[in-house]
Ligand binder design. Structure first.
Ligand SMILES: *Cc1c(COP(=O)(O)O)cnc(C)c1O
Length: 404
């Protein structure tokens, strides 16, 4: 017997694998991928997804936004490199160095602080044990990737700002000086250099191509100044799908992992992604109310005629937006049932007149039922939310169920 939950997020692992195949189809042989699983895998669950991806060789590692997210992955026994894409606080540097968590560095001060922490971390390792060096430059008996010599060179990535004005050294002569200082910081190895596209999801790729060109030139200048062997990476999901010339050594796959397109402007025919998350619920109450009856807070909807109303036990407390009030719909028996009145914190009502709906019938909030489908793009557009935001905001109290 199937268990009923107020709401369940079904996460289709086969769709994630399909989406990686689609992305891989756009990459040149040998280009590595970073799986961006920040915000708990864009709301889908970082740990189960990383566990599935861990065996794939073409996946270099994982990218997160916060050290707490990196900790969660290490605690779950995931060993691939982890890159923290944003700023990290120096209090976390010793732990990061010990655990192969790569900081994004963009000031000489950050590099000095990380190097100091890395030295603290390696000082805890007896010299005689150097042969036992592991991929994280710790000595806890885990698989080894670095040789004993390399062991004390702690990998970091440098961010270059070519158009976001967010983080990163500028692609100017001063920025190059800072980058060289970072690259030459003792104890550190410049494992990667990256930039981030601001507009790769637009039909007109000229802004993205300009960023790419400036980034490549900056990397060339680093090499001319004797810095070698780093991974160049600039592509996000939009770049992976539509800017093959920006592949370089590695790409960072984010929203496309989850089967969502970076924007409305992306070509859906060229790359057919499969949505990964479905949101399902069950009807908990059905009743018929006469004409002239208000529904939900504020009485913003009043029936015009006798109406069969079903109550759905989901609300904005689950991340189902209140802005869908009187606008959105759900699928029941493969048919649309529109939302009546305001979405409450934990419940809302839909019109099921003549649909033969009964208590415990399945409700699709997002996903497929029969021939119809409610997409994240539809929900995003109706609720005034960006699709990325929509999935990130699916609440903590919504259980994720992983299926094949
Ligand atoms: C979030 C993020 C990504 C992934 O972006 P998508 O649009 O989801 O592919 C890549 N790189 C950086 C630096 C990011 O912050």
């Amino acid at each position: 017997m199937s268990r009923h939950n107020r709401i369940t997020a079904y996460i289709h692992m086969d769709a994630i694998r399909h989406n990686f195949q689609v992305m891989k189809g756009n990459l040149l042989e040998g280009v590595k991928m970073v799986a961006v699983i920040k915000t708990d895998g864009y709301g889908h669950g970082a740990v189960p997804i990383a566990q599935m991806l861990e065996p794939y060789d073409y996946i270099w590692g994982y990218a997160v936004a916060a050290v707490s997210e990196a900790r969660q992955l290490r605690e779950a026994g995931l060993f691939k490199p982890i890159l923290v894409l944003g700023y990290t606080f120096s209090e976390d540097y010793v732990w990061m160095a010990e655990n192969g968590v790569r900081p994004t560095i963009f000031t000489a001060e950050m590099a000095r602080q990380f190097a100091e922490a890395a030295e603290t971390a390696s000082a805890q390792v007896p010299a005689a044990d150097a042969s036992a060096c592991t991929s994280f430059c710790t000595h806890d008996g885990k698989e080894s990737k670095y040789s004993a010599d390399e062991c004390r060179h702690f990998p970091v990535h440098l961010a270059v700002d070519t158009g976001m004005s967010r983080i990163g050294v500028a692609d100017t002569p001063e920025g190059l000086n800072t980058a060289l200082e970072i690259a030459h910081t003792k104890t550190l190895t410049l494992e990667g250099v990256f930039t981030h596209f601001a507009r790769a999801d637009e039909t007109d790729k000229s802004a993205a191509l300009d960023q790419m060109t400036r980034f490549a030139a900056f990397c060339d200048r680093l090499e001319e100044n004797g810095v070698h062997g780093f991974l160049r990476h600039c592509s996000n999901s939009a770049g992976i799908l539509e800017l093959p010339e920006a592949n370089m050594d590695m790409v960072r796959a984010g929203i496309t992992v989850y089967g969502i397109y970076p924007s409305e402007e992306m070509d859906r025919e060229k790359n057919r992604l499969h949505p990964v998350m479905e949101l399902k619920s069950h009807v908990v109450y059905v009743k018929t109310i006469p004409a002239g009856t208000p529904v939900s807070y504020g009485g913003t909807f009043v029936t015009e005629h006798e109406t069969e109303v079903a109550t759905i036990p989901v609300g904005y407390g689950d991340g189902y937006p209140r802005s869908l009030s009187n606008k959105g719909s759900v699928l029941i028996h493969g048919k649309r049932a529109r939302i009546l009145g305001r979405v409450c914190m934990d419940q809302f009502m839909v019109d099921v007149t003549g649909m033969g709906v009964q208590v415990l019938d399945e409700v699709t909030l997002m996903g497929k039922d029969g021939d119809d489908e409610i997409t994240v793009d539809e929900l995003g557009a109706l609720s005034g939310r960006f699709p990325y935001e929509f999935v990130c905001d699916v609440g903590k109290r919504v259980p994720r169920v992983y299926c094949e």
